[in-house]
Structures are given as structure tokens and as C-alpha cells.
Design a protein around this ligand. Structure first.
Ligand SMILES: [Zn+2]
Ligand SMILES: [Zn+2]
Length: 579
């Protein structure tokens, strides 16, 4: 059975149960939504959570019984009259907007006794009978305020949200997963693990990374850049502002018209904060003549770019104004595209393997919409060659890419990687995109073997996208318990009493010398408290130091993942962390 029909039918039953509790209730609308349904009510008093329990009970009673959803057609004029009589003013408003002379109603009518407990003006569809809902898992979820028609000048109604799934088990699974997601929420963990903060004085959408958050970002950056260097990428740096002309040429001024930050100065400057990195990098390429022998040329950078997102959409790290983007491009000949794109796939593979996420993904080979060839930029012959190359890469590297027609960018085909996080959510981050348009727009050329200037192909690649969004994803994926190489603090040393401090300090220095991120908790707190706090911080290794350890010159190791590891020589642990 269609879940939308089930969810919407439940909204009728909800309204019917609310009317039993408040016969004077005025009804708004009651649609099916993702994961459930809601209904809006104008009620004589504010609802409290206990009300939801009662309403839910009444709904269950209705479902247990055998009520039919029966359709009838009514004359519009008479309907409006009737709705006015029973003072359902919101329904009157809805009825007036319908163009047809007749309106359809659904009666919730008892199969045997024939009495009607509820009728609602509605286009349907619904289940045939409440019997059909008996196996469904549903529960009333929450109450919130909602302006009638979403208009803050209209009355505020009370919206009751319900969850509904095919079975009771599916409902339970959803509720458990949602609780898990809440526990892993990156805003909450970002605060408790002290990774980033926001300041009213700085402004919303502008995260400030603490020393610990910065360590994670720097480690990611080091890892990405190390892998990219192996494939010939060279790091460049470009400023955060540019003349708007640059983006007029690239097309981004139009594409991001509403998202540009304009910057002016008292001295008459007029600039924009860069919304993307690519155009700047084209100008490094363009700074000198290039020959076919110079290609491919590969640049990468991790710099900030800026987008004026809608104020209401700003929150946490997923949507911010200042975005640190790991971006890179290869400029190459058509005959080099395959090798370049293949290298980029290898970079993506290596990076996500390090995070333990490779394998939990699928790849889209995003090609043209062949029915509308005119909307794409570039030579159809080049498109043919490059789409075929990406397909070969998929084949040769065992990517098993799914061909998705019409998913290509306007300027070229691409490979998009979809990963699943620990909660089963799909996120699209890495991408390898071929671009025939940008080099032409910027008049980029190289001298080919015949001595003629021709445009190179630009291959864009994103590996982790923006550091902000990626950090949010990793916090939730790992639930804050980062792998050792990313953990802001890798080892925490916990001396039991003051007399153990001296030895603890020696151990601390040993790790510090080896460039392992270590902290020493030499406060005069109980060891129980110290352990609890280190555990809350999800630090990979805790070393408890007492008489026994001082005497044997060892350390007792507790691993966050593996539990008690017993006594180890410090060097052994250093080796383990290194590996
Ligand atoms: Zn309906
Ligand atoms: Zn780019």
C-alpha cells in the first residue's frame, strides 16, 4: 500500500480524534509528509504532551474499529454555507479557492453501524477502511506552532505531527535511528568536544575553529595534499577577492548572482568575495605560454570561498558563509583526460580508504541528456570521447558506475561518488568533472604538435568538498570518536596521585617528542573523575599512572575502542599509534 495514502488517512483519523476531545476545534490542513503526517488546529487551549497520548489512544480505537473512508460530492455553494454554520472558517477559505462547482468530501463512516465520526473536504486518496491501518506503525510525535497558510499575519495554529511507517518495527527503527542521529549531532558534539564555536559578535554562519577543531582540519588537509602530490598536484594560493569581471567571464556572476558578497572600500574599490576557486586558477595557467609538452598542469588549493546563503538556512557547519574548499584542477589534452580522471579517482579511493569509508559507496557516471544536445557547451565529438573515457575508467577500476543520463554538468560529463555514513545516510561529496567550456571562456590555450593554439580540457575534482561540511559529516559518522590519526588529542595521561606526577611528566615528554598529541591531567581530582572526563572527550588512549606503573616504568593503557589493553612499554604504544 502507498505510504502517502496511509499517512494522509491517518491525518483524518487524527483530526477526528482531536474533534472528540475539542468539539469546537477549527481545522486547517492535514497532509502526508516525509516519515508521517500532520494536521493544523485552532484550539481553545494549548496542547500539552499528555494530550498527545490521549489523542493517540482515541486514534487507535478508531483504527481498531472498522470505519470506511467514503467519498461524496457536494455542491460548492451549499458546502460553504454548511462550513460557515459549523464555523470552520479555515475550511471555508479553502473551499472558496476551489474552482469546481462541486467539492469532494470523505466521511469516516462505520462499516456496520453507519454513523459518521468525521468528514473532511479532501481530494483523497485514502485507504478503504481503518482496518487497513491496523498493521501500520504510527505515533504522535510533537506539537508546534504554525501560522495559517504560513503567513505570520494570520492566526497561529497548533500543528500535531505524527510519524507513520509500514510496520510497527519500521517505526521503532526510525525512532531509534533518529535518537542516534540526535546523539551524534555535530552541533552538540562540536560543542562538547570543543571543536568549533560561533560568536554573536563575529556573526552567524561564520564558524571559529578551536585548537582541537583546527587539528582535525589540518590533518585532513595534510592527508589530501600528500595523496594529491603523489599524482603531480602542486599547491597554489589565490586571494579571497576578485573583480566581478572575472566571474562575469566564468559565468559564476550570473549563476551565483544572489549569493555574491560585494565588497567596496572608501577608496573606490568594487570587488566580490570569491564564490568558487576555479577562475583564479585559470589565470595562473594563463600567465605564460604553454606547449603540449607542458601538459598536464595540476593545481590544488584549500582556501576560503564565500556564499551569501539565506539567513534562515544558516546553521551548524553544514551551511556557512565562509567555506574552506579543497579544490583542484588539471589542465590537459583530450588524449590525457583518461589518465587524469583516473588519477583523481585513485586520489578519492586512497583518501576514503584512509577514513574506512571506501566500499560503502556507489558511483554515478553523469552523462548528457541525449534528447537535448543543444543545452550543453563544447564539441559533441569531445563529449563522445570523454564520456567513453569515463566509462572505461569505471570498467577498468571496477567502479561499477551507474550511467545517469541528463546528470552531466552543462560544461562536461562527470563521475559523482555517493557515500553512506554510519547512519545509512547518503552524501555526495567527491566528484571528477570534465570541463570543455571554462578554458574557452578564458581563452586558455596550449600550442599543439602542429604549432597551433588549442584549448586544453579542464578537469575539476573535489575530494572532500568543504572542510566545514566534511567535518560535520565526520563528527556524526564517527560519533565524535575519531580515528587516532584525526583525533585532536591522541593520548591522555592520568596520574592517580600527586606523587605520580613526576613520572607522568616524563611519559608526557616522551609522547610530545614523538609528535604525538598528548595531554596530561595533573589536576587534584579523583582518578574516576579524570577517566570519565577523558572518556567523554572520546580520546583514543588513556594512560593511568599509579604506584605500579611508576615502579615498572610502564603504562596501563585503556583504548576508547578496544577497552583495557593492560600494561605496555611506552615505546610499544608509540609504535602502535604511528602505525
Ligand atoms: Zn483526505
Ligand atoms: Zn573547479
Amino acid at each position: 500500500m502507498n505510504m502517502e495514502t496511509i499517512r494522509h488517512s491517518l491525518s483524518h483519523i487524527l483530526a477526528s480524534a482531536v474533534l472528540q476531545m475539542f468539539p469546537e476545534a477549527k481545522l486547517g490542513i492535514g497532509p502526508a509528509i516525509e516519515n508521517g503526517f500532520y494536521y493544523d488546529f485552532d484550539l481553545p487551549r494549548n496542547l500539552v504532551p499528555e494530550d498527545l497520548k490521549k489523542i493517540e489512544k482515541t486514534m487507535k480505537k478508531i483504527i481498531k474499529d472498522d470505519f470506511l473512508f467514503e467519498k461524496r460530492e457536494e455542491d460548492k455553494v451549499r458546502t460553504i454555507q454548511h462550513l460557515e454554520e459549523i464555523s470552520q472558517k479555515y475550511k471555508v477559505e479553502l473551499a472558496q479557492e476551489i474552482q469546481d462547482p462541486t467539492l469532494s468530501f470523505y466521511d469516516t463512516k462505520h462499516n456496520k453501524r453507519g454513523h459518521v465520526v468525521f468528514s473532511d473536504m479532501c481530494a483523497g486518496p485514502h485507504v478503504d477502511s481503518t482496518k487497513d491501518l491496523r498493521a501500520v506503525g504510527f505515533s504522535l510525535d510533537k506539537i508546534s506552532g504554525a501560522y495559517w497558510r504560513g503567513d505570520e499575519k494570520r492566526p497561529m495554529l497548533q500543528r500535531i505531527y505524527g510519524l507513520a511507517f509500514e510496520t510497527k518495527e519500521a517505526l521503532e527503527t526510525f525512532i531509534a535511528q533518529r535518537a542516534e542521529a540526535e546523539k551524534r549531532n555535530h552541533r552538540k558534539l562540536g560543542k562538547s568536544l570543543d571543536l568549533f564555536v560561533f560568536s554573536e559578535k563575529v556573526g552567524p554562519g561564520l564558524p571559529l575553529f578551536t585548537p582541537k577543531g583546527t587539528i582535525i582540519i589540518e590533518e585532513l588537509k595534510k592527508r589530501v595534499e600528500k595523496i594529491c602530490r603523489q599524482f603531480g598536484f602542486q599547491k597554489v594560493m589565490t586571494p579571497h577577492l576578485a573583480k566581478i569581471d572575472l566571474y562575469q567571464l566564468s559565468g559564476h556572476a550570473t549563476k551565483f548572482a544572489d549569493e555574491l558578497f560585494h565588497v567596496t572600500s572608501a577608496k573606490g574599490h568594487a570587488m566580490v568575495m570569491k564564490p568558487v576557486q576555479c577562475p583564479h586558477q585559470t589565470q595562473i595557467y594563463a600567465s605564460r605560454p604553454r606547449s603540449y609538452r607542458d601538459l598536464p598542469i595540476r593545481y590544488m588549493e584549500s582556501e576560503k570561498q564565500y556564499r551569501a546563503e539565506k539567513t534562515g538556512e544558516i546553521g551548524g557547519l553544514t551551511r556557512v558563509y565562509a567555506i574552506t574548499v579543497e579544490d583542484g584542477h588539471a589542465f590537459c589534452r583530450v588524449d590525457q583526460v583518461k589518465q587524469e580522471a583516473m588519477n583523481m579517482v585513485k586520489i578519492i579511493r586512497d583518501f576514503y580508504t584512509d577514513l574506512g569509508m571506501w566500499g560503502n559507496h556507489w558511483v554515478s557516471l553523469s552523462v548528457r541528456d541525449y534528447a537535448n544536445p543543444d543545452k550543453y557547451i563544447g564539441d559533441p565529438g569531445d563529449w563522445d570521447i570523454c564520456e567513453a573515457m569515463l566509462a572505461e575508467i569505471s570498467e577498468e577500476m571496477g567502479l561499477n558506475a551507474k550511467r545517469c543520463e541528463g546528470e552531466a554538468a552543462l560544461y562536461g560529463p562527470k563521475l559523482d561518488f555517493m557515500f553512506k555514513d554510519a547512519m545509512g545516510r547518503e552524501v555526495q561529496i567527491p566528484t571528477v568533472q570534465l570541463d570543455f567550456a571554462t578554458p574557452k571562456r578564458f581563452d586558455l590555450t596550449y600550442i599543439n604538435e602542429e604549432g597551433k593554439p588549442v584549448p586544453p580540457v579542464m578537469v575539476h575534482r573535489a575530494i572532500l568538498g568543504s572542510y566545514e561540511r566534511f567535518l560535520a559529516l565526520l563528527i556524526e559518522h564517527f560519533a565524535g570518536a575519531f580515528p587516532v590519526w584525526l583525533a585532536p588529542v591522541q593520548v591522555k595521561i592520568l596520574p592517580i596521585a600527586d606523587r605520580h606526577h613526576e613520572y607522568a611528566k616524563t611519559v608526557f615528554d616522551g609522547f610530545n617528542k614523538e609528535d604525538i598529541r598528548v595531554e596530561l591531567d595533573d589536576r587534584s581530582e579523583s582518578i574516576g573523575k579524570k577517566i570519565r572526563e577523558a572518556e567523554m572527550q572520546k580520546i583514543p588512549y588513556m594512560l593511568v599512572i599509579g604506584d605500579k606503573e611508576v615502579e615498572s616504568a610502564n603504562v596501563s593503557v585503556r583504548s576508547y575502542q578496544e577497552g583495557d589493553m593492560g600494561q605496555l612499554v611506552v615505546d610499544e604504544l608509540i609504535q602502535k599509534i604511528r602505525s
